[in-house]
Write a protein that binds this ligand. Structure first.
Ligand SMILES: Nc1ncnc2c1ncn2[C@@H]1O[C@H](COP(=O)(O)OP(=O)(O)O)[C@@H](O)[C@H]1O
Ligand SMILES: [Mg+2]
Length: 261
């Protein structure tokens, strides 16, 4: 079936249970091209589960996924990454104690051929990662530096740098501002806007509307595994969005606050 090309992601009727816990119940979710979607909901609402399905970490019990015009069964994170989906997870954003340049190329290491053998092209990895990480505002003292000693903001920047470098179609950030300083939060928000302006769609997950408000075009709210509704940002004040998240009150249709009622 031909898919509407306005949509980069379409997830239809997604359900997922963990034993007796129904984490997602018949959720429909989409992302348009060049759009930043704020995925909101309280802790336990199902946000991380939904995006883990999209990036191949989990398989849905039910439902279909369309990405960039084709129906996909995303069986592994590697497959998702090869399709252009870069994810920064809430819990394991980068592999600790790995050098910046190894992290930058994780799973996509450049190789060079010498005689019949292929080797990791370490020199290229080092040069490229210094450049990319520098582009997103980190001064790299030495790319051999272990990521474990970098701050949360610096790690986010490396991941965002990856998505730019590999020209991702979709960047997924799960609670990216948690545990960041105010200055680092500002940097990450700026990078998110830059990535979108470069043509990449973004899913920005947060349980805090105020974190997502500055960058989001449209909100999708999850509540207890159900989709509670969608709100177009327009001039919608964060207080209104926050109220919906807090009360769980159903948003009937897409709520567009720029339309005067
Ligand atoms: N691997 C898992 N095993 C069992 N239960 C899980 C697992 N992952 C998530 N859950 C449960 O699914 C529900 C949704 O979790 P999650 O998607 O992490 O929510 P959120 O990211 O919105 O905080 C919660 O009740 C959580 O405890
Ligand atoms: Mg989560």
């Amino acid at each position: 079936m031909a898919q509407n090309q306005d949509f980069l992601v379409k997830m239809k009727n997604i359900s997922k249970s963990f034993g007796a816990v129904k984490a997602l119940k018949n959720v429909d979710f989409h992302v348009k091209r060049n759009e930043i979607v704020g995925l909101l909901g309280d802790n336990g609402a199902g946000k991380s589960t939904l995006i883990k399905i999209l990036c191949g970490v989990l398989q849905p019990d039910e439902g279909e996924i369309f990405f960039d015009g084709e129906r996909l069964d995303i069986k592994s994170p590697r497959e998702a990454r090869n399709k252009g989906i870069e994810t920064v997870h809430q819990d394991l954003s980068l592999v600790d104690t790995m050098q910046i340049d190894r992290n930058m190329f994780l799973g996509k290491e450049p190789t060079k051929k010498i005689g019949p053998f292929r080797f990791l092209d370490k020199k290229r990895m080092r040069q490229e990662s210094s450049r990319v990480v520098g582009d997103v505002g980190i001064k790299v003292r030495d790319p051999d530096e272990f990521v474990a000693i970098l701050s949360g903001g610096e790690r986010q920047a490396i991941s965002i740098g990856r998505s730019v470098y590999f020209d991702a179609k979709l960047l997924i950030l799960d609670e990216p501002l948690r545990a960041l300083s105010v200055k680092e939060q500002k940097n990450v928000l700026q990078h998110v806007k830059d990535v979108r302006d470069g043509g990449t769609s973004v899913i920005f997950i947060s349980h805090n509307v105020y974190h997502a408000h500055e960058v989001t075009d449209r909100y999708v709210i999850l509540n207890n595994g159900f989709k509670q509704g969608e709100i177009l940002k327009g001039d919608c004040p964060p207080e209104t969005v926050s109220e919906y998240v807090a009360t769980g009150e159903e948003v009937d249709e897409v709520l567009d606050c720029s339309i005067e009622l």
